[in-house]
Write a protein that binds this ligand. Structure first.
Ligand SMILES: CC1=C(/C=C/C(C)=C/C=C/C(C)=C/C=C/C=C(C)/C=C/C=C(C)/C=C/C2=C(C)CCCC2(C)C)C(C)(C)CCC1
Length: 325
Protein backbone atom coordinates (compact mmCIF):
# COMPACT_ATOMS: atom_id res chain seq x y z
CA UNK A 1 0.00 0.00 0.00
CA UNK A 2 1.28 3.54 -0.85
CA UNK A 3 0.79 6.77 1.12
CA UNK A 4 1.66 10.33 0.19
CA UNK A 5 4.96 11.20 2.01
CA UNK A 6 3.40 13.62 4.53
CA UNK A 7 0.75 10.99 5.54
CA UNK A 8 3.54 8.44 6.13
CA UNK A 9 5.59 10.74 8.33
CA UNK A 10 2.39 11.76 10.13
CA UNK A 11 1.60 8.07 10.81
CA UNK A 12 5.18 7.50 12.01
CA UNK A 13 4.98 10.50 14.34
CA UNK A 14 1.68 9.20 15.74
CA UNK A 15 3.22 5.74 16.30
CA UNK A 16 6.25 7.26 18.06
CA UNK A 17 4.00 9.43 20.22
CA UNK A 18 1.78 6.52 21.22
CA UNK A 19 4.82 4.26 21.92
CA UNK A 20 6.27 7.05 24.07
CA UNK A 21 2.95 7.48 25.91
CA UNK A 22 2.77 3.72 26.52
CA UNK A 23 6.35 3.67 27.84
CA UNK A 24 5.56 6.60 30.17
CA UNK A 25 2.49 4.75 31.47
CA UNK A 26 4.52 1.59 32.10
CA UNK A 27 7.28 3.48 33.90
CA UNK A 28 4.71 5.39 35.97
CA UNK A 29 3.32 2.11 37.30
CA UNK A 30 6.82 0.69 37.86
CA UNK A 31 9.22 3.60 38.54
CA UNK A 32 11.94 1.27 39.84
CA UNK A 33 12.23 -0.16 36.30
CA UNK A 34 13.34 3.26 35.01
CA UNK A 35 15.86 3.56 37.84
CA UNK A 36 17.09 0.04 37.11
CA UNK A 37 17.64 0.79 33.40
CA UNK A 38 19.61 3.96 34.23
CA UNK A 39 21.73 2.30 36.95
CA UNK A 40 22.34 -0.73 34.70
CA UNK A 41 23.63 1.59 31.96
CA UNK A 42 25.95 3.32 34.43
CA UNK A 43 27.18 -0.04 35.75
CA UNK A 44 28.08 -1.17 32.23
CA UNK A 45 29.93 2.13 31.58
CA UNK A 46 31.87 1.97 34.88
CA UNK A 47 32.64 -1.74 34.74
CA UNK A 48 34.59 -1.40 31.50
CA UNK A 49 37.39 0.08 33.67
CA UNK A 50 36.87 -2.45 36.50
CA UNK A 51 37.14 -5.77 34.74
CA UNK A 52 40.62 -6.80 35.87
CA UNK A 53 40.38 -5.93 39.58
CA UNK A 54 36.88 -7.39 39.76
CA UNK A 55 38.05 -10.97 39.19
CA UNK A 56 38.73 -11.13 42.95
CA UNK A 57 36.18 -9.13 45.01
CA UNK A 58 38.15 -6.40 46.81
CA UNK A 59 37.62 -5.22 50.39
CA UNK A 60 36.25 -1.89 49.05
CA UNK A 61 33.72 -3.71 46.87
CA UNK A 62 32.58 -5.88 49.79
CA UNK A 63 32.23 -2.77 51.99
CA UNK A 64 30.03 -1.15 49.32
CA UNK A 65 28.05 -4.40 49.06
CA UNK A 66 27.46 -4.47 52.83
CA UNK A 67 26.46 -0.80 52.95
CA UNK A 68 24.00 -1.01 50.01
CA UNK A 69 22.49 -4.31 51.11
CA UNK A 70 21.93 -2.92 54.62
CA UNK A 71 20.53 0.45 53.52
CA UNK A 72 18.55 -0.42 50.36
CA UNK A 73 18.13 -4.22 50.39
CA UNK A 74 17.23 -5.04 54.00
CA UNK A 75 14.32 -2.57 54.40
CA UNK A 76 12.07 -4.59 52.05
CA UNK A 77 12.04 -7.39 54.62
CA UNK A 78 11.71 -4.89 57.44
CA UNK A 79 7.94 -4.74 56.93
CA UNK A 80 7.42 -8.48 57.46
CA UNK A 81 6.08 -8.01 61.00
CA UNK A 82 3.74 -5.24 59.83
CA UNK A 83 2.52 -7.43 56.93
CA UNK A 84 1.88 -10.30 59.33
CA UNK A 85 -0.20 -7.98 61.55
CA UNK A 86 -2.04 -6.35 58.67
CA UNK A 87 -3.01 -9.68 57.11
CA UNK A 88 -4.36 -10.94 60.43
CA UNK A 89 -1.68 -13.63 60.72
CA UNK A 90 -0.53 -12.04 63.96
CA UNK A 91 -2.95 -10.45 66.43
CA UNK A 92 -2.06 -8.63 69.64
CA UNK A 93 1.21 -8.01 71.48
CA UNK A 94 1.71 -11.58 72.66
CA UNK A 95 1.47 -13.05 69.15
CA UNK A 96 3.75 -10.30 67.86
CA UNK A 97 6.38 -11.28 70.42
CA UNK A 98 6.04 -14.93 69.36
CA UNK A 99 6.36 -13.85 65.72
CA UNK A 100 9.65 -12.04 66.47
CA UNK A 101 11.02 -15.04 68.37
CA UNK A 102 10.02 -17.50 65.60
CA UNK A 103 11.50 -15.21 62.91
CA UNK A 104 14.81 -14.92 64.75
CA UNK A 105 15.01 -18.63 65.62
CA UNK A 106 14.38 -19.59 61.97
CA UNK A 107 17.17 -17.23 60.85
CA UNK A 108 19.55 -18.60 63.51
CA UNK A 109 18.72 -22.20 62.45
CA UNK A 110 19.55 -21.40 58.79
CA UNK A 111 22.86 -19.73 59.76
CA UNK A 112 23.70 -22.68 62.03
CA UNK A 113 22.97 -25.13 59.22
CA UNK A 114 25.27 -23.09 56.94
CA UNK A 115 28.16 -23.38 59.41
CA UNK A 116 27.57 -27.15 59.63
CA UNK A 117 26.92 -27.94 55.93
CA UNK A 118 28.12 -24.96 53.85
CA UNK A 119 27.91 -26.71 50.47
CA UNK A 120 24.34 -27.87 50.97
CA UNK A 121 23.33 -24.54 52.49
CA UNK A 122 24.74 -22.57 49.54
CA UNK A 123 22.96 -24.86 47.03
CA UNK A 124 19.70 -24.42 48.96
CA UNK A 125 20.21 -20.66 49.16
CA UNK A 126 20.62 -20.44 45.37
CA UNK A 127 17.49 -22.54 44.82
CA UNK A 128 15.19 -20.65 47.15
CA UNK A 129 16.62 -17.30 45.98
CA UNK A 130 15.89 -18.32 42.37
CA UNK A 131 12.25 -18.93 43.31
CA UNK A 132 12.05 -15.75 45.37
CA UNK A 133 13.69 -13.50 42.74
CA UNK A 134 11.58 -14.83 39.86
CA UNK A 135 8.54 -13.52 41.79
CA UNK A 136 9.63 -10.04 40.64
CA UNK A 137 8.04 -10.82 37.25
CA UNK A 138 4.50 -11.91 36.39
CA UNK A 139 5.50 -15.49 35.47
CA UNK A 140 3.79 -17.86 37.92
CA UNK A 141 3.96 -21.36 36.34
CA UNK A 142 6.29 -23.43 38.56
CA UNK A 143 8.84 -24.82 36.02
CA UNK A 144 9.22 -21.49 34.21
CA UNK A 145 9.51 -19.52 37.41
CA UNK A 146 12.34 -21.81 38.57
CA UNK A 147 14.05 -21.72 35.18
CA UNK A 148 13.93 -17.93 35.10
CA UNK A 149 15.42 -17.55 38.58
CA UNK A 150 18.07 -20.25 38.21
CA UNK A 151 19.18 -18.96 34.81
CA UNK A 152 19.57 -15.43 36.20
CA UNK A 153 21.72 -16.66 39.07
CA UNK A 154 23.82 -18.98 36.89
CA UNK A 155 24.65 -16.40 34.19
CA UNK A 156 27.41 -14.54 36.10
CA UNK A 157 29.29 -17.87 36.48
CA UNK A 158 29.44 -18.20 32.69
CA UNK A 159 31.37 -15.02 31.88
CA UNK A 160 32.99 -14.54 35.32
CA UNK A 161 33.94 -18.07 36.41
CA UNK A 162 36.93 -17.01 38.56
CA UNK A 163 35.08 -14.26 40.40
CA UNK A 164 32.05 -16.48 41.14
CA UNK A 165 34.33 -19.40 42.16
CA UNK A 166 36.17 -17.15 44.58
CA UNK A 167 32.92 -15.75 46.08
CA UNK A 168 31.35 -19.22 46.41
CA UNK A 169 34.71 -20.49 47.73
CA UNK A 170 34.56 -17.84 50.48
CA UNK A 171 31.00 -18.93 51.30
CA UNK A 172 31.34 -22.72 51.14
CA UNK A 173 34.98 -23.71 50.48
CA UNK A 174 35.74 -26.38 47.87
CA UNK A 175 32.07 -27.35 47.51
CA UNK A 176 31.29 -23.73 46.68
CA UNK A 177 33.93 -23.72 43.93
CA UNK A 178 32.48 -26.95 42.48
CA UNK A 179 29.03 -25.40 42.47
CA UNK A 180 30.42 -22.39 40.56
CA UNK A 181 31.89 -24.64 37.87
CA UNK A 182 28.60 -26.58 37.63
CA UNK A 183 26.77 -23.29 37.11
CA UNK A 184 29.37 -22.24 34.55
CA UNK A 185 28.65 -25.38 32.50
CA UNK A 186 24.86 -25.11 32.86
CA UNK A 187 24.56 -21.35 32.19
CA UNK A 188 24.41 -21.39 28.34
CA UNK A 189 21.67 -24.07 28.38
CA UNK A 190 19.73 -22.28 31.06
CA UNK A 191 19.99 -19.05 29.06
CA UNK A 192 18.64 -20.84 26.00
CA UNK A 193 15.68 -22.16 28.01
CA UNK A 194 15.08 -18.77 29.58
CA UNK A 195 15.09 -16.92 26.24
CA UNK A 196 12.79 -19.61 24.81
CA UNK A 197 10.42 -19.09 27.73
CA UNK A 198 10.29 -15.30 27.43
CA UNK A 199 7.33 -15.55 25.04
CA UNK A 200 5.24 -16.37 28.11
CA UNK A 201 5.82 -12.75 29.14
CA UNK A 202 4.90 -11.34 25.71
CA UNK A 203 2.08 -9.26 27.19
CA UNK A 204 4.56 -7.61 29.59
CA UNK A 205 7.03 -5.60 27.48
CA UNK A 206 8.63 -4.00 30.54
CA UNK A 207 9.34 -7.43 32.07
CA UNK A 208 10.96 -8.55 28.81
CA UNK A 209 13.04 -5.35 28.67
CA UNK A 210 14.17 -5.80 32.29
CA UNK A 211 15.08 -9.44 31.77
CA UNK A 212 16.93 -8.62 28.53
CA UNK A 213 18.97 -5.94 30.30
CA UNK A 214 19.59 -8.27 33.25
CA UNK A 215 20.92 -10.98 30.93
CA UNK A 216 23.30 -8.45 29.35
CA UNK A 217 24.28 -7.13 32.79
CA UNK A 218 25.04 -10.61 34.14
CA UNK A 219 27.36 -11.24 31.22
CA UNK A 220 29.06 -7.82 31.09
CA UNK A 221 29.54 -6.55 34.65
CA UNK A 222 31.29 -8.31 37.58
CA UNK A 223 28.99 -10.64 39.58
CA UNK A 224 28.74 -8.48 42.72
CA UNK A 225 27.87 -5.40 40.65
CA UNK A 226 25.20 -7.42 38.80
CA UNK A 227 23.78 -8.61 42.13
CA UNK A 228 23.77 -5.12 43.65
CA UNK A 229 22.11 -3.46 40.66
CA UNK A 230 19.37 -6.10 40.45
CA UNK A 231 18.83 -6.63 44.17
CA UNK A 232 18.78 -2.97 45.20
CA UNK A 233 16.84 -1.46 42.29
CA UNK A 234 14.46 -4.16 41.01
CA UNK A 235 13.98 -6.60 43.89
CA UNK A 236 14.01 -4.46 46.99
CA UNK A 237 12.41 -1.29 45.63
CA UNK A 238 9.70 -3.25 43.79
CA UNK A 239 8.79 -5.14 46.89
CA UNK A 240 8.62 -1.91 48.94
CA UNK A 241 6.56 -0.16 46.25
CA UNK A 242 4.04 -3.01 46.10
CA UNK A 243 3.52 -2.75 49.86
CA UNK A 244 3.38 1.07 49.92
CA UNK A 245 0.87 1.11 47.02
CA UNK A 246 -1.57 -0.64 49.32
CA UNK A 247 -1.60 2.08 52.00
CA UNK A 248 -2.56 5.77 52.10
CA UNK A 249 0.07 8.44 51.36
CA UNK A 250 -0.12 9.59 54.98
CA UNK A 251 0.90 6.14 56.25
CA UNK A 252 3.97 5.81 54.01
CA UNK A 253 6.57 7.76 56.02
CA UNK A 254 5.73 5.74 59.15
CA UNK A 255 6.07 2.46 57.23
CA UNK A 256 9.39 3.52 55.71
CA UNK A 257 10.69 4.42 59.18
CA UNK A 258 9.55 1.02 60.48
CA UNK A 259 11.28 -0.74 57.55
CA UNK A 260 14.47 1.26 58.25
CA UNK A 261 14.36 0.45 61.96
CA UNK A 262 13.98 -3.31 61.35
CA UNK A 263 16.71 -3.20 58.71
CA UNK A 264 19.09 -1.50 61.17
CA UNK A 265 18.27 -4.08 63.88
CA UNK A 266 18.76 -6.95 61.39
CA UNK A 267 22.14 -5.53 60.26
CA UNK A 268 23.25 -5.17 63.90
CA UNK A 269 22.15 -8.73 64.69
CA UNK A 270 24.09 -10.09 61.69
CA UNK A 271 27.20 -8.13 62.77
CA UNK A 272 26.85 -9.36 66.36
CA UNK A 273 26.45 -12.98 65.23
CA UNK A 274 29.48 -12.57 62.93
CA UNK A 275 31.52 -11.20 65.84
CA UNK A 276 30.71 -14.21 68.02
CA UNK A 277 31.54 -16.70 65.27
CA UNK A 278 34.59 -15.03 63.69
CA UNK A 279 36.26 -12.74 66.25
CA UNK A 280 38.61 -15.44 67.57
CA UNK A 281 39.11 -13.74 70.92
CA UNK A 282 39.69 -10.25 69.45
CA UNK A 283 37.69 -7.29 70.66
CA UNK A 284 35.08 -5.67 68.37
CA UNK A 285 37.41 -2.89 67.17
CA UNK A 286 40.27 -5.26 66.25
CA UNK A 287 37.85 -7.72 64.62
CA UNK A 288 36.26 -5.00 62.48
CA UNK A 289 39.67 -3.58 61.51
CA UNK A 290 40.94 -7.02 60.47
CA UNK A 291 37.81 -8.16 58.62
CA UNK A 292 38.91 -9.25 55.14
CA UNK A 293 36.93 -9.47 51.87
CA UNK A 294 36.19 -13.16 52.26
CA UNK A 295 34.82 -12.76 55.83
CA UNK A 296 32.82 -9.72 54.69
CA UNK A 297 31.23 -11.78 51.89
CA UNK A 298 30.29 -14.51 54.36
CA UNK A 299 28.75 -11.98 56.72
CA UNK A 300 26.62 -10.42 53.96
CA UNK A 301 25.49 -13.56 52.13
CA UNK A 302 25.06 -15.94 55.09
CA UNK A 303 23.17 -13.09 56.81
CA UNK A 304 20.93 -12.69 53.75
CA UNK A 305 20.42 -16.44 53.41
CA UNK A 306 19.37 -16.64 57.07
CA UNK A 307 16.88 -13.74 56.78
CA UNK A 308 15.50 -14.95 53.45
CA UNK A 309 13.90 -18.10 54.88
CA UNK A 310 11.63 -16.40 57.46
CA UNK A 311 11.07 -13.56 54.95
CA UNK A 312 9.81 -16.01 52.31
CA UNK A 313 7.70 -17.86 54.86
CA UNK A 314 5.98 -14.63 55.87
CA UNK A 315 5.47 -13.72 52.21
CA UNK A 316 3.89 -17.10 51.54
CA UNK A 317 1.63 -17.04 54.60
CA UNK A 318 0.54 -13.47 53.90
CA UNK A 319 -0.11 -14.19 50.20
CA UNK A 320 -2.34 -17.12 51.23
CA UNK A 321 -4.48 -14.54 53.00
CA UNK A 322 -4.85 -12.62 49.76
CA UNK A 323 -2.38 -9.81 50.46
CA UNK A 324 0.20 -8.64 47.90
CA UNK A 325 3.83 -8.37 49.03
C1 LIG B 1 10.89 -8.57 60.53
C2 LIG B 1 11.89 -8.86 61.58
C3 LIG B 1 13.19 -8.47 61.50
C4 LIG B 1 13.75 -7.91 60.24
C5 LIG B 1 13.86 -8.67 59.13
C6 LIG B 1 14.47 -8.22 57.90
C7 LIG B 1 15.04 -6.88 57.77
C8 LIG B 1 14.47 -9.15 56.87
C9 LIG B 1 15.11 -8.97 55.62
C10 LIG B 1 15.07 -9.94 54.66
C11 LIG B 1 15.78 -9.83 53.41
C12 LIG B 1 16.35 -8.52 53.07
C13 LIG B 1 15.96 -10.91 52.61
C14 LIG B 1 16.90 -10.88 51.52
C15 LIG B 1 16.99 -11.80 50.57
C16 LIG B 1 18.18 -11.86 49.73
C17 LIG B 1 18.46 -12.83 48.84
C18 LIG B 1 17.48 -13.89 48.53
C19 LIG B 1 19.77 -12.80 48.18
C20 LIG B 1 20.25 -13.79 47.38
C21 LIG B 1 21.54 -13.63 46.72
C22 LIG B 1 22.10 -14.54 45.86
C23 LIG B 1 21.48 -15.84 45.54
C24 LIG B 1 23.35 -14.19 45.27
C25 LIG B 1 24.04 -15.01 44.45
C26 LIG B 1 25.31 -14.59 43.87
C27 LIG B 1 26.40 -14.43 44.62
C28 LIG B 1 26.46 -14.82 46.07
C29 LIG B 1 27.70 -13.91 44.10
C30 LIG B 1 27.55 -13.28 42.77
C31 LIG B 1 26.74 -14.09 41.85
C32 LIG B 1 25.33 -14.34 42.36
C33 LIG B 1 24.45 -13.15 42.05
C34 LIG B 1 24.81 -15.57 41.67
C35 LIG B 1 14.17 -8.65 62.65
C36 LIG B 1 15.24 -9.68 62.25
C37 LIG B 1 14.84 -7.32 62.93
C38 LIG B 1 13.47 -9.11 63.93
C39 LIG B 1 12.40 -10.14 63.66
C40 LIG B 1 11.32 -9.60 62.75
Amino acid sequence: MCFPPNTLSGARAMNTASAYRKLRELLDTSPESGLFLVVAGLAVAVSSTMKQQAAQPSAAMVLLLGALVASVGLPHGGLDAWLAQRSGLVRGAQQLLLFYIAYLLTAVAVAGFWLWQPGLALSGFLLYSAWHFAGDWPERAVPWRFLLGIALLALPAWMWPDAVASIFGALAGQEGRQLASLMNAAAPWLLLGMVGGLWRLRRHPLAIAELGVLIALALIVPPLVFFLVYYCTVHSLRSLRRILNGVSTAQRPRLLALAGLHAAIAALLVLTAGFFVMADGNNLQVWLAQLNASQGLSLVFIGLAALTVPHMLVEWLVARRGMVC
